[in-house]
Design a protein around this ligand. Structure first.
Ligand code: SF4
Ligand code: SF4
Length: 265
């Protein structure tokens, strides 16, 4: 499978590439100096957003279900606020039940019950950021794509709303937007007729922040059930946790090599 948005070789930044990076750096901050009357030199302050995404990292989450508390929805609520999902309004004509089925959800709290023992486990379930994502395989337009850093997301400009990806996803991780989105955040553009799902707070990644909204909220609620980090970095917190505790993928049998791992299940 081929990644869309292939990484560029960081050692191969020719003049054209420099120009492109400078253009992209506008959002990251520009300083300007006047060197002669009418001549202004712009220099771009280095920022993560001005650099190409590379496969040197693979972002993932580790969720310790033993720490995930029954009845707590801190991660879900934080995800809603971070990505503007809390701005969704129930149409007057829709029943609450219909709306609960239709509204966009990026994290769900799921309960697993062991049929042998009756033991119930709570876990937050979001896009698992599969290394081999079925949602990407089935997308007819290429809108569903995996970045070089492992984040799986949807290009809203090319999504035609066919929902093949929703049918292919084994985790029911994707939502379809049925109605015009009136209130939304500029950092997370969303729109009618598109599919969307957890993108590991990609806007934070691209501004160099090292956390996600769900991780922050869980920590602030005192549970610390979710760890975010680079699965390729042996020194990262997530890798150290993975080395110390047993963990597994949900539906390991599908061999999707998910970027989200769970312990305690
Ligand atoms: S969990 Fe679903 S939406 Fe996410 S990458 Fe895997 S198949 Fe795609
Ligand atoms: S709904 Fe959009 S992202 Fe999903 S398969 Fe169709 S075009 Fe691709």
């Amino acid at each position: 499978m081929k990644d869309h948005h292939e990484p560029t070789d960081p050692t191969d930044a020719g003049p054209a590439d420099s120009g492109r990076r400078a253009f992209m750096g506008v959002a990251a901050g520009i300083t300007a100096a006047v060197v002669a009357p009418g001549v202004v030199l712009h220099s771009v302050t280095a920022a993560p957003r001005s650099e190409a995404v590379t496969s040197d990292v693979r972002w993932g989450l580790l969720i310790d279900t033993a720490k995930c508390v029954d009845g707590c929805s801190a991660c879900v609520d934080a995800c809603d606020r971070e990505n503007g999902l809390n701005l969704q309004n129930k149409p007057a004509s829709a029943s609450q039940e219909h709306w609960d089925d239709q509204k966009a959800v990026w994290i769900r709290k799921v309960q697993l019950q062991d049929n042998q023992t009756g033991r119930v486990t709570n876990l937050p379930l979001m896009c698992q950021h599969c290394e081999h994502p079925p949602c990407v395989d089935v997308c007819p337009t290429g809108a569903s794509f995996k970045r070089a850093d492992g984040i799986v997301m949807v290009d809203r400009h090319t999504c035609i709303g066919c929902r093949y990806c929703m049918m292919a996803c084994p985790y029911k991780a994707r939502s379809f937007i049925h109605k015009a989105v009136e209130d939304q955040l500029t950092r997370v553009p969303r729109g009618k007729g598109c599919v969307e799902s957890c993108n590991l707070c990609v806007h934070r990644r691209d501004f160099g922040e090292d956390s996600t909204a769900c991780v922050d909220a869980c920590r602030e609620a005192g549970h610390e059930a979710i760890v975010f980090g680079d699965l390729k970095d042996p020194e990262s917190s997530i890798r150290k946790h993975l080395a110390e505790m047993a963990s597994r993928q949900i539906r390991e049998d599908l061999s999707l090599n998910t970027g989200v791992r769970y312990s305690g299940i």
